[in-house]
Design a protein around this ligand. Structure first.
Ligand SMILES: Nc1ncnc2c1ncn2[C@@H]1O[C@H](COP(=O)(O)OP(=O)(O)OP(=O)(O)O)[C@@H](O)[C@H]1O
Ligand SMILES: N[C@@H](CCO)C(=O)O
Length: 293
């Protein structure tokens, strides 16, 4: 059995804890019955001992498998990870979603995507990464009475993502602590109006509106101070033709959207100016989690 889950970029500027989309970069796990439990890791995190000894996937998988399995079996888990850890590309959401989906699929129990999403919420209480990880595409989501309420839309292939991944991680937990406890009414109104405009721009495919709509006063400036070079990455991307450029999730990745024909030019400008960062262009993912039995 093979499960794959896409990387995700959350917030998209003003949509803190609410907006997110999926890109065509994924983590995959192949699970086979085996005489003993065993784990192999390739790609991102392969040299991280914590992922071998105390793997978040295995612990979440076990939470579900022990309740669902009629007859417990051993498995070999082969992980092929493209999503870097703690860089704001939804690595934790991908693990949560794939672990829950795997436990159900291995027992042959059908799991609706909406139920998977609500189960994932117990492990990550903001829905902006888990929703695109499950659904793919662009998503607006909120949580009401422990349920994710969301609207999803596919992203057309006239657009591409340009991704800049710094060589240092930022932990989501620590990054959230750097944010203010209170905001002024002006900042709240600024983000509500921009987040609404951004959502309307995605729904109506008014891509020229993204540059204005993606401005934010709630989180980016506080977080990007930890890595001031990111302000320069953002400026360079916008000057080179991006439609929008925002901190991805809690960072440290800077995420830009552009018309497909502009992607190479923007990628080149960023690579030239920031040779120590990983820069690449990428398609969007409109499918979300995939299970192949
Ligand atoms: N492939 C993986 N296998 C096992 N655990 C992982 C894997 N990827 C991430 N994790 C777990 O998730 C943690 C990273 O979560 P964190 O929320 O800080 O970053 P992120 O999800 O990449 O960023 P963001 O939420 O801003 O998009 C890691 O420290 C590790 O515990
Ligand atoms: N909305 C979350 C995304 C990262 O998990 C944040 O900004 O902290």
């Amino acid at each position: 059995m093979k499960i794959s889950v896409p990387a995700t970029s959350a917030n998209l500027g003003p949509g803190f804890d609410s907006l997110g989309l999926a890109i065509a970069m994924k983590n995959q796990v192949i699970i086979r019955p085996s005489k003993f439990h065993s784990v192999s890791l390739k790609g991102e995190g392969a040299n991280n001992p914590a992922l071998k000894d105390n793997n978040m996937f295995i612990s979440i998988f076990n939470d579900f498998y022990h309740n669902l399995a009629v007859k417990k079996r051993h498995y070999r888990f082969e992980f092929y990870n493209e999503i870097p850890l703690s860089r704001g590309l939804g690595s934790s959401s991908a693990v949560i979603v794939s672990a829950i989906a795997s436990a159900y699929a291995i027992e042959g129990i059908k799991l609706e995507k909406s139920k998977l999403l609500n189960l994932a919420l117990a492990y990550e209480n903001h829905p902006d990464n888990i929703t695109p990880a499950v659904m793919g595409g662009f998503n607006v989501a909120t949580v009401q009475e422990n349920e994710v309420k969301f609207i999803n839309k596919s992203i057309p292939n006239i657009l591409r993502a340009v991704v800049v991944i710094p060589n240092r991680p930022i932990s989501t937990q620590l990054s959230r602590k750097s944010l203010p406890f209170k905001y002024s009414k002006e900042d709240a109104v600024f983000n509500i109006s921009h987040s609404s405009l951004l959502t309307a721009a995605f729904m109506s495919e008014d891509w020229r509106m993204l540059r204005t709509a993606s401005l934010d006063k709630v989180h980016q400036k506080y977080r990007m101070k930890q890595m001031p070079e990111l302000f320069d990455v953002q400026k360079t991307s916008l000057r080179s033709g991006s439609l929008m450029s925002t901190l991805s999730g809690s960072g440290s990745t800077l995420f830009s959207i552009c018309f497909s024909e502009d992607a190479k030019k923007i990628e080149k400008a960023l690579k030239t100016k920031f040779p120590h960062f990983k820069v690449f262009t990428c398609d969007f993912d409109n499918s979300g989690v995939r299970i192949e039995i």
